[in-house]
Design a protein around this ligand. Structure first.
Ligand code: ATP
Ligand code: FE
Length: 371
C-alpha cells in the first residue's frame, strides 16, 4: 500500500507519501510562519489563501520526490477535521482532484488521531492499547487508545492548550516568532533560572486529568507587567526587561507548564491501567512534544510507571503529511475508505468537513467502560 497524505487544517500545507512498511517516500511542508509572525495568529481567510497558493506545488513536489505519479498510489488520505473549515476545504479539494483522475479511494482523517498514530510508524513495537498525551497549538488531550478507531478521552483542556500559551508568552517576550513561538521560548528558557519566579501549578485541587493554561498565562502576563508599572501591556513592558529577566520568566513558565502535564499524566496512567492493565507505552505527540524539556520530563513519568515513552522526532510531532498518510494506511488496511464516484458533487459524505470533531468517548472516573 502506498498512500499520499494531505494536511491543511491549520497553518502548514503538507503532503507526504508513505508505504505500508513504514518507509517515508517523500515529505514536503510549506509553513506560514512568516504570515503568523506578521499578523500574530491565524486568520482563517488569509491562511486558506496561503494554502491555495502552495497546495498544487506541495503535492506535485511530494509525487516528484517519491518518483511517482497519481496512478502509483493506492489511495489519498486527507485531514477533514478538526480545524478551520476554510483551510480544510483546500486540502479536500486537492485530494478529490488527485484521486478523481484514477478514481482512487479517499480516506478522511482526524488530525489528532494522526498525531497519535504516527507513533506506530516510528515504533513498530507499539501495539494497542496505549496511553497518549497530545499537546499542540489547539489541543491538550489525554487519550487511551484501545484499538484503531476506539479511543477514550481521559482529559482535555478546559480553556487554552499548552502550545497556545507558549506562543502567546513568546510574543509578549518579544521573541523571534519566525521559528515558532514554542521553539523560541524553549531556547530562551535554557538561559534562565526556573525557580526564580513561583508560578502556581494549575488545577491542583481538581483530581482529574483535565488541563488549564489560561490562568498560568495570566500569571505570566502579570509577572511581565509588574516589571514595569508604567506600562500596562505585556509587550511594551517586556521590552524594558533585560534578556536575563526574560529568560527567568521563560524558564519559570516552562517548568510549571510541564509540571502540569506531568501531574495529569501520572493520574492518567492510573486511570488507564484500571481500564486496560496491559498498556506498556506512553505516547507523547503534537507540536509541543518536539520540546526537549517536555520529552525529558515525560520520559521520567513513563519510566516511573514502568512504561516506555514513544515520542516521534520533532518533524513528525509538528504538523506534517506523513502522519496523515500513515493514518490512512492504518484505516486502509481495515478497509475503511470510500471511493467517491467520479466527478461527484462536493456534497458526498466521505469528505464532509468536521471542523469540530472530538476524538473518542469521554471518560469519567468510576464509570465502567466496556468495549
Ligand atoms: P492542533 O494540532 O491542536 O490542531 P496545530 O496543528 O496548529 O494545532 P501543531 O503543529 O501540532 O499544532 O503544534 C504547533 C504548536 O507546537 C505551536 O503552538 C508551537 O508553539 C508548539 N511548539 C512547537 N515547537 C515547540 C517547542 N520546541 N516547545 C514548545 N512548543 C512548541
Ligand atoms: Fe497539529
Amino acid at each position: 500500500i502506498v498512500i499520499l497524505g494531505i494536511e491543511t487544517s491549520c497553518d502548514d500545507t503538507a503532503a507526504a507519501i508513505v508505504r505500508s512498511d513504514g518507509e517515508i517516500l517523500s515529505q514536503v511542508v510549506s509553513s506560514q510562519e512568516e504570515l503568523l509572525a506578521r499578523y500574530g495568529g491565524v486568520a482563517p481567510k488569509m491562511a486558506a489563501e496561503a494554502h491555495s497558493l502552495v497546495i498544487d506545488q506541495v503535492v506535485k513536489q511530494a509525487l516528484e520526490n517519491a518518483n511517482m505519479e497519481e496512478n502509483d498510489l493506492s489511495a489519498v488520505a486527507v485531514t477533514i477535521g478538526p480545524g478551520l473549515s476554510l483551510c480544510l476545504g483546500v486540502g479536500v479539494r486537492k485530494a478529490r482532484q488527485v484521486a478523481g483522475k484514477f478514481t482512487l479511494p479517499i480516506i478522511g482523517i482526524h488530525h489528532m488521531e494522526a498525531h497519535a498514530l504516527v507513533a506506530r510508524l516510528v515504533e513498530k513495537e507499539l501495539k494497542f492499547p496505549f496511553l497518549v498525551l497530545l499537546i499542540s497549538g489547539g489541543h491538550n488531550l489525554l487519550i487511551l487508545a484501545r484499538d484503531l478507531g476506539h479511543y477514550v478521552q481521559l482529559g482535555t483542556t478546559i480553556d487554552d492548550a499548552i502550545g497556545e500559551a507558549y506562543d502567546k508568552i513568546a510574543r509578549w517576550l518579544g521573541l523571534d516568532m519566525r521559528k515558532g513561538g514554542g521553539a523560541a521560548l524553549e531556547e530562551l528558557a535554557h538561559e534562565g533560572d526556573s525557580d526564580s519566579i513561583k508560578f502556581s501549578v494549575p488545577m491542583k485541587q481538581h483530581k482529574d486529568c483535565n488541563f488549564s493554561y489560561a490562568g498560568l498565562k495570566t500569571q505570566v502576563r502579570l509577572a511581565i507587567e509588574s516589571s514595569n508599572i508604567n506600562m500596562s501591556d505585556p509587550i511594551s513592558s517586556a521590552s524594558c526587561l533585560d534578556r536575563a529577566s526574560r529568560a527567568n520568566i521563560a524558564a519559570s513558565f516552562q517548568r510549571v507548564a510541564v509540571l502540569h502535564l506531568e501531574e495529569r499524566c501520572e493520574r492518567a496512567v492510573k486511570w488507564a491501567l484500571n481500564i486496560e492493565p496491559s498498556i506498556k507505552h506512553l505516547v507523547v505527540s503534537g507540536g509541543v512534544a518536539s520540546n526537549q524539556y517536555v520529552r525529558t520530563r515525560l520520559d521520567h513519568v513513563a519510566r516511573k510507571n514502568d512504561l516506555q515513552l514513544v515520542c516521534p522526532p520533532p518533524s513528525l510531532c509538528t504538523d506534517n503529511g506523513v502522519m496523515i498518510a500513515w493514518t490512512g494506511i492504518e484505516h486502509f488496511r481495515l478497509g475503511r475508505f470510500e471511493i467517491p464516484p467520479p466527478a461527484c458533487e462536493p456534497k458526498d459524505s466521505v469528505l464532509d468537513l468536521r471542523p469540530r470533531w472530538p476524538l473518542g468517548e469521554e471518560y469519567s472516573e468510576g464509570r465502567s467502560t466496556s468495549r
